[in-house]
Design a protein around this ligand. Structure first.
Ligand SMILES: *Cc1c(COP(=O)(O)O)cnc(C)c1O
Length: 374
């Protein structure tokens, strides 16, 4: 079998207007965050996800930092989030001086278990940070109801959900404040980049200020608050505008990659595949994740090593927040256990899922998975 050509876990497609718009930046000399593509990207992206305001930033993690800061979350506050997520979510809460409080995830969708949120609400809870994981959105209705009942803010991390909907409404339109990433493995990319979106003009203004070192309009170098330089460059935004033109096409492609993997892998013993849909959404297959059953005598690390030898790129699933050494050193999550997240972190990984994947590469990847599970 031809194993010479390695199939990367992700490769973006940049063959639309990316080069043209980048050349416009260079020809005009507008390369910083002051250039016109930044505003254009903010307006077009916010409109695409049904929001009034978009604030472009330098990455999706920064978007979370700005969102937490804009909501005024700080010492003494608790924020509930899934343990099964990327470090950026908990880091934003911890860096603000607040306390992350985690819940386990659902074994089928891998999203935060809405039923576990209510039990974690205390008098200190300020917000719920919802994170849509891998392809299906979080079941929002029960969480929105809880937030309303208890007067909590919703921070929605939609970094993996460009173009996805929940009951027909765009992901990224559910939070008091919602965030996106444009890292190259996301549905659309700016190399590095992120966006905060909201309908609240005051929150938008606070994010704009946080992103820009909290310079003041009238006394520029006199600061009432500390912010960051989280600005996005015109070069990044030029890529973003070009990529956004193709979002619908990219979503179709991701869904067809996911469906093809499922067709090829369905019925393979020993492995749990991502569900094609939930009651409230079709899977967008940001990545095509697999979880090994207990019948398989090895874990994800071994599976990924075997696939690597066959020329198939993989990535492990997230490692739960409550098992992070950095948080244990801070005295967080001592003695806490969340069995679903612990299990999928050890038995889950994803296979090549990038936009540039060819049908032949999908077939080779699926065949290699079947081979190692024999
Ligand atoms: C990618 C991702 C981020 C972080 O985005 P960066 O642009 O890499 O900083 C945050 N949250 C989730 C759920 C992500 O998948």
């Amino acid at each position: 079998m031809a194993t010479s050509e390695f199939i990367p876990v992700n490769e973006p497609l940049l063959d639309g207007n990316e080069k043209k718009y980048l050349c416009e930046c260079i020809d005009s000399g507008w390369i910083s965050s002051e250039g016109p593509f930044v505003k254009e990207f903010e307006e077009k992206f916010a409109a695409r996800v049904d929001r009034r305001h978009g604030i472009a930033v330098c990455n999706g993690s920064a978007a979370l930092d700005a969102a937490v800061a804009a909501l005024g979350i700080g010492p003494g506050d608790e924020v509930i989030l899934p343990t099964f997520t990327i470090i950026s979510c908990a880091a934003a809460i911890v860096r603000a001086g607040a306390t992350p409080v985690v819940v386990d995830c659902d074994p089928v969708t891998w999203n935060m278990d809405a039923d576990q949120v209510a039990a974690k609400i205390t008098a200190r809870t300020k917000a719920i940070m919802v994170v849509h994981i891998y392809g299906l959105p979080v079941d929002m209705d029960p969480i929105l109801a809880l937030a309303k009942e208890h007067g909590l803010k919703i921070i929605e991390d939609a970094a993996e959900m460009h173009g996805q909907t929940y009951r027909g409404k765009p992901c990224g339109s559910f939070g008091d404040i919602s965030t996106f990433s444009f890292y190259p493995n996301k549905h659309i990319t700016t190399g590095e980049g992120g966006m905060v979106v909201t309908d609240d003009p005051q929150l938008a203004e606070r994010c704009r200020s946080q992103r820009n070192l909290c310079f003041q309009p009238h006394k520029r170098f006199v600061h009432e608050e500390l912010g960051w330089n989280f600005r996005m460059t015109n070069l990044q935004a030029a890529l973003g505008v070009a990529q956004l033109e193709r979002l619908d096409e990219f979503v179709l492609r991701k869904r067809s990659i996911g469906r093809k993997y499922t067709e090829l892998l369905v019925g393979t013993p020993g492995v749990h595949l991502p569900p094609a849909q939930a009651e409230y959404a079709d899977n967008i297959y940001w990545v095509y994740g697999l979880v090994l059953d207990d019948s398989i005598p090895f874990d994800a690390v071994e599976a990924m090593s075997r696939l690597g030898k066959s020329g198939i790129g993989t990535r492990p699933f997230f490692w739960p927040m409550h098992e992070q050494p950095v948080f244990h050193k801070m005295g967080l999550f001592a003695g806490e256990h969340y069995p679903v997240a612990e299990r999928i972190a050890r038995r889950g990984f994803y296979i090549p899922s990038g936009m540039a994947l060819t049908d032949e590469q999908i077939e080779r990847s699926a065949a290699a998975v079947k081979e190692i599970l024999k």
